[in-house]
Design a protein around this ligand. Structure first.
Ligand code: PLP
Length: 283
């Protein structure tokens, strides 16, 4: 983001969006254009087209596969269309593909980068969600912006931690990482089904919930009278952690939404936690 935009520029982004991206954009002084997003297919193409064609957008950031928090996954046609649109208007697209390896279907979803012939897409990934965030190892294939990104990276930190890179490199050899991913995908998929079952059992009847085909998040919508910041305060007193919807926007919205993360080991304690959370939602 820092390499591509300056104070006063506008970035188009999905809504709801990962709070880290929103905070970074705000800190750089960007105007953030939060665009409507479908829980199944990602950013609404008409809204994106309209904003890009207005020539007011300098940069676009999308989590193309299993976005955080809604879990949407853009179909190939949308990925192709986004790339064509960005090429036509010369708007760089940061594709945050952090969750793409965590698919529950038969094959990994494609990326916008797959359809990029001119280098307009900066494809980003990391091991934060598949191994551990503490390694701080990620990557970017920055297309035609490579030099700018290299330069910006070197201003901020000249070198990376080579020991963690070496350790992960060794894990990637001989298919050990692939083997780990296979098991991780299975347990995340199982967890998602357990969470969905528990929500339908313990939460109020009018609760709506996303049904992602990958990743580790559920986006939950309660009755419009609910306030999920209040729910958060009550839940945390019971040692249950949720993320209120308002964290995923810079606007005044998603007051009755929250995100649940199911990237833990499923056991009776988690089941009990969801039961308690359900009771709190009822109250
Ligand atoms: C969509 C998205 N992008 C980026 C990040 C940050 O990832 P990292 O730990 O690799 O910096 C997160 C972390 O939750 C995320 O959900």
């Amino acid at each position: 983001m820092l390499a591509l935009a300056k104070k006063g520029d506008t970035i188009a982004i999905e809504s709801p969006a990962y709070f880290g991206a929103l905070q970074l954009a705000k800190n750089i002084g960007l105007n953030v254009l939060e665009l409507p997003t479908h829980p199944g297919t990602g950013i609404e193409m008409d809204a994106l087209k309209k904003s890009i064609e207005s020539n007011k957008v300098n940069l676009c950031l999308l989590v193309s596969n299993f976005s955080n928090p809604v879990g949407s996954c853009m179909p190939d046609e949308n990925k192709k269309e986004v790339v064509r649109l960005m090429e036509k208007h010369n708007v760089p697209l940061i594709e945050d593909d952090l969750f793409g390896d965590l698919y529950y279907g038969n094959q990994r979803p494609s990326t916008c980068k797959t359809f990029d012939e001119t280098g307009i897409v900066l494809w980003c990934g990391s091991f934060s969600k598949t191994l551990a965030p503490g390694y701080r190892v990620g990557w970017v294939e920055a297309g035609k912006f490579k030099e700018k990104v290299d330069r910006t990276k070197s201003y901020h930190s000249l070198y990376c931690n080579t020991i963690t890179h070496e350790a992960i490199g060794s894990f990637l050899e001989n298919g050990r990482y692939e083997n780990h991913l296979r098991k991780l995908r299975q347990s995340l998929h199982r967890n998602s089904l357990q969470f969905l079952r528990a929500i339908s059992e313990y939460f109020p009847e009018d609760t709506k919930v996303s049904r992602p085909n990958g990743g580790m998040h559920l986006w939950v919508e309660l009755n419009e009278k609910a306030d999920t910041v209040e729910l958060y305060n009550k839940a945390i007193r019971n040692k249950i952690s949720i993320m209120p919807g308002r964290m995923f926007t810079l606007q005044n919205q998603y007051k009755n939404f929250f995100k649940l993360n199911y990237g833990m080991v499923w056991d009776e304690k988690v089941e009990e936690g969801l039961k308690v959370l359900g009771k709190l939602c009822h109250s």
